[in-house]
Design a binder for this molecule. Structure first.
Ligand code: MN3
Length: 201
């Protein structure tokens, strides 16, 4: 079974004005599709075709770089589309809010750490909120790596992630990555992040 581009649960213009329609459309249909096409080409005819994308990531050191880059790209973007939603944002509640307060002191302190990780990731990459040893932590990874990968500097289960490749924001924000990160808070689907926390524990 080849990997396929997941459908979005909302329209390309649904995250306006925080993420513009053109960026969403190109990001999903061109960038994410390219990672999937290249991943499928890299694993065609091998046993890897039977593996889940999560298991591929967890064993990524055993694979060629094309699988690392494109498999990571597929996993990361699949998560990214789900942890965003229209009419979202605000602050998390319930167990997720408690876990954030326990790990970072407050939601404001978490936001600062996450935004700093996103702003200071040099070049292309991702910033993450992960579950590590049952607790929440912030990390970042280069390129299309992610914290599931056995090569990650900080390993854990990602429950929230932001794409800080220029293709994720350049049309609307040009070089202003911090402005893009600031707008990202308006589109976070905290229900999905809370569900991922539950599954990760
Ligand atoms: Mn991207």
């Amino acid at each position: 079974m080849a990997f396929e581009l997941p459908k979005l649960a909302y329209a390309y213009d649904a995250l306006e004005p925080n993420i513009d329609v053109k960026t969403m459309e190109i990001h999903h249909t061109k960038h994410h599709q390219a990672y999937i096409t290249n991943l499928n080409n890299a694993i065609a005819g091998t046993d890897t075709e039977k593996m889940s994308i999560e298991d591929i990531c967890k064993n990524i050191s055993k694979f060629p770089i094309a699988v690392r880059n494109n498999g990571g790209g597929h996993y990361n973007h699949s998560l990214f589309w789900q942890i965003m939603a229209p009419n979202a944002g605000g602050e998390p509640t319930g167990d997720l809010a408690t876990a954030i307060n326990n790990a970072f002191g407050s939601f404001a302190d978490f936001k600062t750490q996450f935004a700093t990780a996103a702003a200071t990731r040099f070049g292309s990459g991702w910033a993450w909120l992960i579950v590590k040893d049952g607790k929440l932590a912030v990390s970042s990874t280069p390129n299309q790596d992610n914290p599931l990968m056995d090569v990650a500097e900080v390993k854990g289960t990602p429950i929230l992630g932001i794409d800080v490749w220029e293709h994720a924001y350049y049309l609307n924000y040009q070089n202003r990555r911090p402005d893009y990160v600031a707008s990202f808070w308006n589109v976070i689907n905290w229900n999905e992040v809370a569900n991922r926390l539950k599954s990760a524990k």
